[in-house]
Ligand binder design. Structure first.
Ligand SMILES: [Zn+2]
Length: 502
């Protein structure tokens, strides 16, 4: 069984999760579930970034201890993951012992490239990053619209410049593949402006005592990105379970980081630099999604347009929110979140499209159930027997007879291709084409008339339609896992059918 390692970025826990976090969770979850269906051994990691300065500041503001603040938001992130039905295998907090030990081990492994110097720079706490004067917009951070703090300190630096050529070569030759390609070009042009060494620590005072100690120097705390990036290896046992770490990181070629566009530099430049310095294996792929605006405006607390994902899921349900996030936007570009669009998608695609199609046919079958051997139908439809491992998504060796047939094989091939390329919205376009075609077939057959005029044909066509529903459930599985299960339940036909969505 081949191993597949997938991570999301880890969230700062100074505020509640927003819809952008949900987008990344849901995208990563589709990929993880797809690989499980394919038969890979999957390890899906997410977590929370708790050592940052802005968490300490947020705690001060809220009148809480930093420990209490990060605990509060860690629980909120964990909860939103559960509500979105995210199938993570592990959740790492950067305040855990395994992470602290790992971050310090990585520091020591990079020691030959770490030096101390006095430095003056402009630091945006929101970004947890130093800025060059030229990168600011009228003196303000382009992301946070605040003036960065002028910091003058003696800090540790990492000799990133020493790895410039190696990093560039690895990106160009796609030893590390960046998806989509235009992001790769962005980062390569950034390297061409020459990489400067990066500051990787801050004074204990500036950190308000929060953060991970620099090994051997209690006056300094690690820069939060240094420790945060190491979460990806710490969860695998970098410091503690060497065998597991070896199997999942060092010897595994299939390692994917899923991130937002704002943190590409950290993942495509700094992270490989640290790994090269520590003589560790590199990640294989970095997938970069865009950002969401809300009803045409940048998401911001001051504009009061932050969508509460907890409320959203409560109102519309898990799968409709997943569906909207995966269907509405390109996987790679920025998108605009709109409640109106979500409701339209819900009505058109889920209630009228998918639910109506299945309910129409199953109700007809149920009302004419005397014509069927329902027990046999239930067996044929196969219900929730899990897909056999290692084959069903590979069209050359489809083991499940219900997925055979030229049309289905062709669809599965396109589906796999799109999914391998992270084209989530296009995969769902494809699935909804199948749904539309099935709908048209019903109208052409006038199946409700057949039920009265030609019972033999009615039975045959119904069975074939129920097979199509099995196929649809199968295709939906990584995207709308609960709905997929419900369809498989419904086509057992052992009770009166109910609509999936109203
Ligand atoms: Zn900023």
């Amino acid at each position: 069984m081949s191993k597949f390692y997938i991570t999301t970025s880890i969230a700062y826990v100074n505020a509640d999760p927003h819809i952008g976090h949900c987008l990344e969770y849901v995208q990563a979850d589709v990929v993880a579930r797809y690989h499980r269906i394919k038969g890979d051994e999957v390890f899906f990691l997410t977590g929370t970034d708790e050592q940052s300065l802005k968490n300490a500041q947020a705690a001060e503001k809220a009148g809480l201890s930093v420990e209490d603040l990060v605990m509060k938001y860690y629980q909120r992130f964990k909860e939103i993951g559960r509500l979105l039905n995210i199938s993570v295998d592990d959740f790492i907090r950067t305040t855990e012992g395994r992470h602290i030990k790992g971050a310090q081990k990585l520091w020591l492994a990079c020691q030959k490239d770490i030096y101390k110097k006095t430095y003056q720079g402009l630091y945006c706490v929101g970004c947890e990053e130093f800025y060059q004067e030229a990168e600011l917009v009228d003196g303000f951070c382009p992301d946070h619209q605040v003036k960065p703090e002028l910091i003058k300190e003696e800090n540790y630096f990492f000799r990133l410049s020493a790895y410039q050529d190696q990093i560039k070569k690895n990106l160009e030759s796609e030893v590390i593949e960046i998806i989509p390609r235009f992001r790769k070009n962005e980062i390569l042009s950034f390297i061409d402006r020459d990489l400067e060494d990066i500051c990787i620590s801050r004074s204990r005072e500036r950190s308000r005592g929060w953060g991970i100690d620099v090994p051997g120097d209690p006056t300094q705390k690690m820069w939060v990105w240094f420790d945060a990036l190491s979460n990806y290896i710490n969860a695998l046992g970098y410091s503690g379970d060497e065998n597991n770490f070896d199997q999942w990181w060092q010897k595994n070629d299939d390692k994917l980081h899923m991130i937002g566009k704002g943190i590409l530099r950290f993942h495509a430049l700094y992270w490989p630099g640290l790994l090269l310095s520590a003589n560790l294996a590199l990640p294989k792929k970095i997938f970069v999604h865009g950002y969401l605006t809300i009803e045409g405006q940048k998401m911001s607390k001051s504009l009061g347009n932050v969508i509460d994902p907890f409320e959203l899921i409560k109102k519309y349900g898990t799968d409709p929110v997943r569906y909207y996030l995966l269907r509405e936007f390109s996987s790679f570009q920025d998108g605009d979140f709109s409640i109106g669009r979500l409701e339209k998608r819900y009505q058109d695609d889920l209630a009228h499209g998918l639910s109506n199609l299945i309910h129409r046919v199953l109700s007809l079958v149920w009302n004419n159930r005397g014509l069927f051997n329902l027990e046999k139908l239930s067996l044929d439809a196969g219900h929730s027997r899990p897909a056999k491992r290692g084959g069903n998504l590979d069209s050359r060796k489809i083991l499940d007879p219900r997925l055979r047939g030229d049309d289905k094989i062709k669809t599965i091939e396109t589906y796999n291709n799109l999914l391998e390329n992270f084209e989530f919205n296009k995969v769902l376009d494809l699935v909804w084409t199948v749904i539309k075609e099935t709908d048209q077939k019903i109208d052409q057959l006038k199946i409700w008339e057949l039920a009265k005029t030609d019972s033999e044909k009615f039975v045959l066509e119904s069975v074939s339609l129920i097979e199509s529903f099995y196929f649809i459930a199968y295709l939906l599985k990584p995207f709308l896992p609960e709905t997929s299960e419900k369809i498989l339940e419904l086509i057992k036909m052992d009770k009166e059918p109910v609509p999936l969505f109203k």
